[in-house]
Each structure stands twice: as C-alpha cells, then as structure tokens.
Design a protein around this ligand. Structure first.
Ligand SMILES: [Zn+2]
Length: 330
C-alpha cells in the first residue's frame, strides 16, 4: 500500500487561468479547479470577489483586470475566511481598495481560527501560496455585514453596492461550506458569485462545513434563477441548465458524504471504518475530480463529527491535519 503525499503537497502543476466575460459587467477568473475569483466592473468602481492566496497571486488577477478596465478596485469581498481566498488582500491596497467586506460569521471565524487555518492551508497546498513571505498577516474585513445593530452605524444583513451602472447584492444565504459564506449577486444580469458554496467537477471541501444545513442553502441559491455562475472551484457555468448542473453536483457531494457519515456513526464505526464506508459511496461518483483525494479525509472527518452531534467544526491545526492524514490516507 502506498502512502499518499499529504493533502496537495504532491500537486506542483500550475493551472491555466481563464479570464472571461459572462455579462455586460461580470467576469470570471477561473483556474482549472484552483480557487476562482469573480470581478464586477462598473463605470465608477470594481468589486473583486475573493482575493487569492498571496499578494503575488493577486497581482496576476489584477493584471488581468487591467487589460479591460482602469477603474479603482474599491471593494474586495471575502466570501469566507479560508486562507486561499483571503491572504492576497494586501495587493489591492495599491489599486484603490477602500472596503474589505465579509459577513459577521466570517469575521468571527477569522478571530476564532484564522491563524490556525493560515498555517494549516499553507502546508496543505504549497503551490497556491507562491510568494507567501509577502503576506502581512491575517486579512481583517473593514465592512462586516450583519454586524449587530444598524442604529449604531453597523451594517445590516444585506448590502447593496452601486458600482456605476451595475448593482451588486451581498448577503449570507445560510450555512454551508462554512457558517459565514456570502455570495455576490448581480440581479439585472442574473450572475451569481457563489464562493465555495457551489463547486463544479472539483473536490468540495467540507472540513469546516455545516452539512445538515447546506442543501437548504443550495435551494435558496437555486431560487435566484441565475443564468451564469462563478463557482468556488471549476469552470464558469453559462446558461440556466449549466448553473443547475453545478448546484446538483454540489448537493450530491454534500448529501452523499453526510449520509455516509450518518450511517457510519449509526453502525458504531470508528473514523477509519467510516472513511472506507464513505469511499464506497463517493469514489465511483467523484473519484476522478481535481483534489478529490485531498478533500475526502477532511470531509469524512467532518461528516463523522457532525453526525456525532458536533455542531461547531473542530479547528484544523497543522498538527491535527497530519495526524488525521496518517490515520486515514497513510
Ligand atoms: Zn473554502
């Protein structure tokens, strides 16, 4: 039996970037299964959804944006707290970035586990952290949606930003990939930027997820009737039928995984047996997709915990990552 390289430490092949226009104001920056970003370009300002993992990676994104617009990138949305999405944020300061937006749930998760997550993710996926020495530390939002009492100048649960000729709505549609995920929605053009709440033909990482509630959140996204979607990972989806395909893909992953976790706990299996049980259900359907083997042990660990009644996902540290990997993939 061979030992699999930890997480994605064996993945060294850079991905091909695609920067494509989805509608009059909306663009997708996708990378063959690596984390995507979204770009919304107005007459006055630009909003970028997800900052990439490092300032160097963010500058690649900014270079693409500058081929089509010279407007200030005034808003940066953090769809959730994961390091690969947020640690490139400092590169946007030189581009006119005024507000870094996140939900209250995301802010709380950065406070609670941002430092551990940063260390853990950097070890899991070294290729995505090119130029990590430039990261100045954790990324802190400056505008927190749903941050308490609006009478005290705090921000309500749903934000609408006018970029000039295009409005973006931002809110947390419910628990899923984390408990604080936000989406960006351009209603006039029916374009949805889902972050990791929706993926397509790539591993759905659920190590910090709320699996029980995620399907209802996907239903809420489906109800928007999007005509185009930038998922967290995977290609941009164009046309209603393809958007539905990505929603179905994500739902199938989440429900198959969680069902396997519940069955394992009900049968009194230990975690290693739960992993073998989950593989029987997951491998035939999803075994071929990018970062499947990276995600699965983290996902099974979380499914097993949630099925055992652990509501708040346990914090992954670099040490816990390695112990779990040794036990399940070693
Ligand atoms: Zn994530």
């Amino acid at each position: 039996m061979t030992t699999k390289a930890f997480a994605s430490q064996g993945d060294l092949q850079d991905k091909k970037i695609t920067f494509e226009r989805l509608s009059e104001h909306c663009w997708a920056y996708t990378a063959e299964g690596d984390p995507n970003s979204g770009v919304i370009i107005g007459e006055r300002a630009i909003l970028v959804s997800d900052a990439t993992a490092t300032p160097a990676m963010a500058r690649d994104l900014i270079r693409q944006i500058r081929t089509v617009s010279d407007k200030p990138i005034q808003y940066l949305l953090l769809t959730h707290y994961h390091a690969v999405r947020v640690l490139g944020a400092s590169a946007f300061a030189a581009e006119g970035c005024r507000d870094i937006i996140a939900s209250q749930g995301t802010y709380e998760l950065i406070v609670e586990r941002g430092a551990q997550d940063m260390k853990s993710e950097m070890e899991r996926f070294p290729r995505l952290f090119r130029g990590a020495e430039e990261i100045p530390g954790l990324t802190w939002p400056t505008l927190v949606i749903g941050g308490g009492n609006p009478m005290r100048g705090e921000v309500p649960g749903r934000l609408s930003i006018d970029l000039g000729g295009v409005k973006v709505q931002i809110w947390n549609p419910g628990p899923g990939h984390t408990r604080g995920d936000t989406i960006a929605w351009v209603e006039e053009e029916k374009v949805l930027f889902s972050g990791d709440l929706v993926e397509y033909e790539a591993g759905v990482y659920t190590g910090d997820a709320q699996l029980e509630e995620w399907p209802a959140t996907l239903d809420a996204l489906r109800a928007l009737g999007a005509e185009a979607l930038v998922p967290g990972r995977g290609e941009a989806m164009k046309g209603r039928a393809n958007v539905e395909k990505a929603l179905d893909y994500t739902r199938r992953w989440v429900t198959t995984l969680y069902q396997a976790g519940k069955e394992a706990v009900a049968a009194g299996m230990d975690l290693k047996a739960a992993m073998a049980h989950a593989r029987k259900k997951m491998d035939p359907v999803f075994g071929h997709v990018f970062i499947y083997e990276h995600c699965l042990p983290f996902d099974v660990s979380r499914a097993y915990d949630e099925a055992s009644g652990i509501k708040n996902p346990r914090i992954w540290t670099a040490e816990r990552d390695k112990e779990m990997w040794q036990a399940l993939q070693g």
